[in-house]
Design a protein around this ligand. Structure first.
Ligand SMILES: CCCCCCCCCCCCC[C@@H](O)CC(=O)SCCNC(=O)CCNC(=O)[C@H](O)C(C)(C)COP(=O)(O)OP(=O)(O)OC[C@H]1O[C@@H](n2cnc3c(N)ncnc32)[C@H](O)[C@@H]1OP(=O)(O)O
Length: 360
């Protein structure tokens, strides 16, 4: 019987070689590896020269792994071989001159960059599945999401009430509304800012990805202004600065909390996301300036009332006014502004960089 060579088509990926042997109804298929890189193929089948014994040998460019996957169908024999080192080969065979029976398999053919993209897509899919399965493993995920959703909803309603109340009063009373902001909205602001302490607790419990430090600066900074400067000094409560501080705080929160609520249910509204990650740019410095004005206005009042002053030994004078602590706090405020401004800038970059990557 005449021994012939079948037509063989090939393609590669970074880790594998695919061979397609054009032999129908193949039987007695014998595929073996000699050394680390020479494949021997022998089979009985129907090829270009009819029913015959067909065989070929291929000496690969680089070593391959010993296990060979083979599948014979009515039309062809498919062979998959793993490369020993996962890298792109510039050709299939050690000899530069390609054997006549060998041709590219255009059904499977990819050039190096396309194969890399395919590899990356596969890796991303595997990562996504492993992240999803990790997430699915958390039995309390529903409870955590439910708690966060409710927390954000309550804060959203609280700050919306303050914002709407102040806006309506501004339209009706004009500038006069500045002076009784505290008396009309303080109870709700106390409630919202006390609840906001949870924003420091949540990252500690691993419920949100927020940094603990930025959240602490934010909550502690506002609560000093609300509970110490406005809350403890009656003289501060009817000043116009209360209006500006409360208005600036609530202007961001009526967008930030609904943004978080949507995040809890896996939804994202482009405009809301943009507002959450952009409004702080003018509002944050304005807020810090308004808070600084409130602190400066309170200094003479603390000096006069001696509230929170620290008694000193008589040799050093009467007592140390709390206004000195507040002067130090003023410096800390601008340091806090810098830290949180940088944090928010990074969050914005991260959000828009990762979104751009998802689009392409
Ligand atoms: C006595 C000691 C005193 C020490 C302090 C001294 C310094 C004081 C200086 C204080 C200056 C304060 C000035 C300030 O009060 C002025 C104003 O506020 S003016 C108004 C403008 N303000 C703002 O715009 C700031 C608003 N606040 C914030 O943005 C946050 O509080 C802040 C911590 C600053 C940043 O937020 P965060 O880090 O959380 O960023 P993200 O929104 O991107 O969230 C990160 C990821 O976590 C998820 N997340 C966060 N929280 C929740 C939640 N409640 N529910 C659900 N999910 C949440 C969020 O979705 C993000 O997830 P992902 O990355 O998957 O998108």
């Amino acid at each position: 019987m005449q021994i012939l060579t079948p037509q063989v088509f090939w393609a590669q990926r970074h880790g594998e070689i695919f061979l397609r042997v054009e032999l129908s109804d193949a039987s007695d298929v014998d595929i073996s590896l000699q050394g680390h890189n020479t494949l021997q193929f022998r089979a009985q089948g129907h090829g270009a020269k009819g029913d015959n014994q067909y065989e070929f040998s291929l000496e690969f460019l680089e070593p391959v792994k010993s296990e060979i996957h083979q599948k014979s169908t009515q039309r062809q024999v498919d062979i998959k071989i793993r490369k020993r080192d996962e890298r792109w080969w510039e050709r299939l065979t050690l000899r530069e001159k390609k054997p006549l029976f060998l041709a590219p398999d255009f059904d499977r053919w990819l050039d190096e960059s396309d194969a890399e993209m395919e590899l990356k897509a596969k890796e991303e899919k595997i990562n996504k599945i492993s992240v999803e399965s990790r997430v699915r493993k958390d039995p309390y995920i529903g409870l955590k999401k439910g708690y966060l959703f409710m927390y954000n909803l309550v804060q959203f309603l609280g700050f919306s009430w303050i914002f709407v109340n102040m806006t309506v009063r501004l339209f009706i009373l004009g500038q006069d509304s500045f002076y009784d902001t505290f008396h009309t909205t303080a109870d709700m602001m106390y409630f919202c800012q006390m609840m906001a302490v949870l924003e420091v607790v949540n990252p500690l419990l691993g419920l949100v990805k927020t940094g603990f430090f930025p959240a602490m600066i934010q909550v502690a900074g506002r609560n000093v202004i609300l509970f110490v400067i406005f809350g403890c000094l009656d003289e501060m409560q009817n000043k116009a600065v209360v209006f500006f501080v409360f208005y600036l705080w609530s202007s961001i929160e009526i967008f930030r909390y609904p943004f978080y609520m949507l995040a809890c249910i896996g939804t994202d509204w482009k405009l809301l996301t943009w507002l959450r990650y952009s409004l702080w740019i003018p509002l944050y410095p304005l807020g810090v300036v308004a808070e600084a004005v409130a602190v400066i206005q309170s200094l003479p009042i603390f000096d006069e009332t001696r509230l929170f002053s620290v008694p000193l030994p008589s040799a050093l004078g009467h007592s140390l006014s709390f206004s000195y602590t507040l002067q130090l706090y003023l410096v800390l405020m601008f340091l806090g502004l810098f830290i949180n401004f940088r944090h928010l800038y990074k969050q914005r970059q991260r959000r828009y960089r990762s979104r751009k990557r998802k689009v392409h």
